[in-house]
Design a protein. Sequence first.
Length: 317
Amino acid sequence: MRVSHMEAVSQTVARAYRDAVRRLHGEAVVSLYQARSAVKLELMRRAFPQGCLVATEGDSVLGAIFARKWGQLGWFSSLGVEPEFQGRGIGKGLACAATKFLRESGCHTVGLETWTNSPAYTALYVGLGFLPVAINSQLVIDTHRGWSMDWKGRIVDFDELPEALRDQVKPATDSISDKLVAGMSMVEEIVEANRSTEKLTTWLVKEGVIRGVGLLDLNPDFDSTAMHSDLRIAILDPVDTETSDFLALLERVALYACQAGRTRLNVDVSSDYPRTFKLLLESGFTAVNQLMRFVDNRSYYQGVADRAVVNIGRWAT
């Protein structure tokens, strides 16, 4: 995939997703859908260019897929094929090629998510050797609610980190990530967020040590109303943190979102973290949407019911 393809690719992916949203959720939902722009897709391509592929016929773009990796954990999303060319094996070919690249780059597991009410997509991925492992739910809460401010003293933003701790951002992030999913690394995502004007990171510091990090996206994909924000990453050391630390992190990012004019905070939580799910519901969150998670190598997938409270979003899509 080349930079020159990007505008056409973004239009193809947008048409494919709007067609799917229309079929699965109805015309009213299509008006709320905001496709990923060519600029955002180009950022995804730069992150892992060999996993971002396009299918063409002459000068026409027929389909595309964008894959990326977090350490040894691979992921692909934005798989789209022009509606009139669907059913010809283009999507299957793109998915197979992207998975191959991710495997060859050292990923022990490749994952994806798709709508739970689409038998056709489920059949496609199962046919490719992927297995359903969890349901990922989108939970939302009003950012204008009263907050206890219990985060003060332990949750700081990146600019507030002491110089010595800034030097520990990358190793601390890698260490926490690896404890949650073996081989997972969120460093690139965190570094990119600290450079962005649309994202920010917050840090849990306990006894002078980084024990967790949250990444807030103030301009998330797929929302044309610009009214919500996404907590894309919230990873806490499973050994040295408590439930109250997780709630403190949530409060801090919700306050950031409110100050930025966002009326709601979205958090994605997987069914294989039932303690997190229950905690969020008890804290006032409401479930509004679901996706099914698939992986191609279940033996490496570490979703377990008794894991300590933690949320890693949609593996930071």
